[in-house]
Write a protein that binds this ligand. Structure first.
Ligand code: FMN
Length: 288
């Protein structure tokens, strides 16, 4: 499992959100390879085909990006991945997160910087750019470009605001048999690296809603919602950022497990184990 001959575990560790880009356009061959990847690798683990497009400026024509503002959080980006889903389909946002994160890792292998954008962009312009249909939701976008040599001031502020370099400790994320029984890294066997890669996943406002409970050969994934995000996202048609986060985590888990020869697949087989609170819900299980 590698993209452009670079192992997935390297790509996951190489990726961090990039908010300041060098203004050089993305070279045409790179655009073509990324667009081809997005076209062929478009289905998520639960079967939803994600409609995503690469919108990029070229050397001669910068107009593709006109009006696609990002409220000043991101500067110098030379393109976007923009995607839409049918929001009513079960696991639609998880499939979306999975498919787009896989493309983010492929873009990382092509030396591109990326940042997921859930809220800080002009929705109507992006919707127009991909011809959003009535039954679709514009789930999120990813800005693209070559990273600037130095992070800009805004980038540094946003990073420290979202505590982008920080992750919750293992004990708070991974459990053995039941919530409350922390899984030590040394007890996770070959899956320790898989969980390390889950822990490095990007998430909206770096809230890290993913929780994993080991159960013999199975790994159950749960979402622990952030209170502030919960009610608004229950509205139909509003992109559910934390479910996108869950899909991103499933992508890191699956690609890393595949790379390490730990074959399996994501399936919905609720083990009905006791939940720690009302914000936590079952998502899916990695079954070998
Ligand atoms: C679904 C989603 C939406 C996001 N939305 C934004 C956004 O609107 N603006 C922004 O600057 N960063 C956004 N981010 C980036 C996160 O803040 C970032 O992933 C997190 O702080 C962790 O930092 P890292 O990506 O460098 O590891 C988003 C990330 C995800 C996964």
């Amino acid at each position: 499992m590698s993209y452009n001959s670079i192992p997935i575990t390297d790509l996951i560790q190489r990726r961090t959100s990039c908010r300041s880009y060098d203004r050089a356009p993305i070279v045409p061959e790179t655009q073509a390879r990324l667009a081809e990847f997005m076209r062929t690798e478009s289905v998520g683990p639960f079967g939803a085909a994600v409609r995503a497009e690469l919108v990029a400026a070229t050397e001669d024509d910068q107009s593709a990006l006109r009006g696609l503002g990002t409220y000043g959080f991101v500067s110098g980006e030379r393109g976007y991945m923009v995607g839409a889903v049918h929001p009513d389909r079960p696991m639609a946002f998880e499939d979306f997160g999975f498919v787009i994160e896989r493309a983010v890792l492929f873009a990382t292998a092509l030396d591109l910087g990326t940042v997921w954008l859930g809220g800080t962009f002009t929705k109507s312009r992006f919707a127009a750019a991909i011809g959003l249909r009535e039954d679709e939701a514009l789930a999120a976008a990813v800005a693209l470009g070559y990273p600037a040599d130095r992070r800009g001031v805004i980038d540094r502020l946003v990073r420290s605001g979202a505590r982008g370099d920080h992750r919750l400790p293992w004990e708070a994320l991974f459990f053995d048999g039941a919530f409350g029984a922390s899984l030590g890294r040394e007890s996770a066997g070959p899956f320790a690296v898989v969980l390390d890669m889950v822990r490095r996943a990007p998430s909206a406002s770096n809230k890290q809603p993913w929780r994993v409970v080991r159960d013999g050969q199975r790994w159950h994934l749960f979402m622990q919602r952030t209170r502030r995000y919960a009610p608004r996202n229950a509205l139909v048609g509003v992109a559910d950022m934390q479910r996108i986060d869950m899909g991103i985590a499933m992508c890191h888990f699956a690609l890393t497990a595949e790379e390490l020869g730990l074959a399996g697949r994501w399936a919905i087989e609720d083990p009905r184990i006791a939940l720690p609170d009302s914000l936590t819900s079952y998502e899916a299980s990695w079954t070998t």
